[in-house]
Design a binder for this molecule. Sequence first.
Ligand SMILES: [Zn+2]
Length: 152
Amino acid sequence: MIDMVDTESLLEVAYEEAQRGLAEGGIPIGAALFDSAGNLLGRGHNRRVQNDDPSVHAETDAFRDAGRRRDYRDTIMVTTLSPCWYCSGLVRQFGIGAVVVGEARTFHGGHEWLAENGVTITVVDDPRCVAMMEKFIAERPELWFEDIGVAE
Ligand SMILES: [Zn+2]
């Protein structure tokens, strides 16, 4: 189903969300949930700083924004960064059929585990997403390591 949609245009929405989060003083990770036709269902970004809530990741924010749905098999989760274990668990829990990953260079999450478990994975390796995270990690390392749960 993922072949039917333009992954770059889907990723654009997630990238906008990441930039919005950065402008708010937060961690620049964005996500959006689409149906298989490419219709936007929900969008969001990491709000650890903004909401003082470490459980609001980009993917969970987009997922909650989409509201209730009976079946997620035909949905596509698009995220600027490889999904962490928590968000990879969300994809498995709700049976989301496909994940589009902006980049997996600055953080390698659970996307290969998802692929092994039947989720269609597309890694775009988008240079803008890579540059955005490299700049953020260089400027705010303490916030980054807090977000990925790496102790000092
Ligand atoms: Zn996550």
